[in-house]
Design a protein around this ligand. Structure first.
Ligand SMILES: NC(=O)c1ccc[n+]([C@@H]2O[C@H](COP(=O)([O-])OP(=O)(O)OC[C@H]3O[C@@H](n4cnc5c(N)ncnc54)[C@H](OP(=O)(O)O)[C@@H]3O)[C@@H](O)[C@H]2O)c1
Length: 285
């Protein structure tokens, strides 16, 4: 049994604390607003009255709040209590924010591990849970046995920004899928058709496309683009039909427009005979 503190008891922080309790760790919890610790206390957690009290209770402090501004707010005046401890920040943020947070934490005498939870709260602590980590390797390895209660830990190296970069990269793929699904649903609903009837077809199409991703990744990393099965010129045409078809159905094409623009620019810049892997080079500021 080893102790650990969890700061932030929103959906994810509560799931983190719950998974740690399930694995017989002594858990101290704190949340900005009152009332969110009750069910965890009933399961054996100890609720700290102040952040300083929560930090002081254990050598490992996990923070999972809305964003990095909230992390700074939460730690606030209690930052000096961090000295000699390990701060594991599982809050979603940017690589720049992670590096700044690592510097700030080190200046307060604590080791810093950044991270990202890659599942919804209900899956935390199950075999399907994946949690990304990077930063202070010694601190991570020393606490790995405790952190493993959350799910399979993926160590990404000693740059604290790497976990945040992977986090927003993975979420980019996820949100792209959500955006496409919402547009598909709007098209179907524009004629009063049930999305539920199309959902299995969407699922099976996406599964087939997901199967192509490993090969696409190889092409991107090697910048070698073999003869494509589906070329960008053809896909730009299909995307234009999505824009025109959506407008014709009285819908906004805004979600799909930037994707068509990317393919169209690819065609204009000589990438029409390649497949999507070649378009990555066009995504630049
Ligand atoms: N939920 C998911 O599916 C999911 C999945 C993966 C990763 N994540 C990440 O996990 C993190 C937490 O998400 P969540 O789902 O737990 O969000 P949430 O349910 O909305 O909870 C937000 C938490 O942040 C706290 N908070 C917000 N502003 C604060 C401030 N200024 N000072 C102190 N505490 C503050 C809230 O405290 P109060 O209770 O006082 O408002 C609450 O504990 C986010 O970075 C999110 O991206 C979430």
């Amino acid at each position: 049994m080893s102790g650990i503190t969890v700061l932030g008891l929103g959906a994810m922080g509560s799931a983190i604390a719950g998974a740690l309790i399930e694995n017989d760790h002594a858990v101290s919890v704190w949340n900005r607003s009152a009332g969110k610790a009750d069910s965890l206390v009933a399961r054996g957690a100890r609720e700290a009255v102040t952040v300083a009290d929560a930090i002081g209770a254990n050598a490992v402090v996990v923070v999972c709040v809305l964003d990095y501004a909230a992390v700074r707010d939460a730690l606030g005046d209690a930052a000096t209590s961090l000295a000699g401890r390990t701060l594991v920040n599982l809050t979603n943020g940017t690589p720049e924010q992670a590096r700044a947070m690592a510097d700030w934490t080190r200046r307060h005498g604590a080791a810093y591990v950044d991270g990202g939870v890659m599942v919804t709260p209900d899956l935390l602590g199950t075999p399907d849970a994946v949690v990304l980590y990077s930063g202070d390797a010694d601190a991570y390895l020393a606490r790995k046995d405790v952190l493993d209660a959350l799910g399979a830990g993926v160590w990404l190296g000693d740059d604290p920004a790497t976990a945040a970069l992977y986090d927003i990269a993975l979420l980019s793929a996820m949100f792209g899928m959500f955006g496409g699904f919402l547009h598909a649903a709007a098209l179907l609903r524009s004629e009063g058709l049930p999305v539920t009837a199309a959902a299995p077809m969407i699922e099976s199409l996406l599964e087939a496309m997901i199967a192509l991703l490993p090969q696409t990744a190889i092409e991107i990393d090697s910048a070698a683009y073999p003869e494509p099965m589906s070329n960008n010129r053809m896909m730009a045409g299909a995307l234009k039909n999505i824009l025109d078809g959506s407008t014709g159905q009285g819908l906004s094409p805004d979600l799909m427009q930037p994707i068509w623009e990317l393919f169209q620019r690819g065609v204009e810049e000589g990438l029409g005979d390649h497949d999507i892997a070649a378009l990555v080079q066009l995504i630049r500021a």
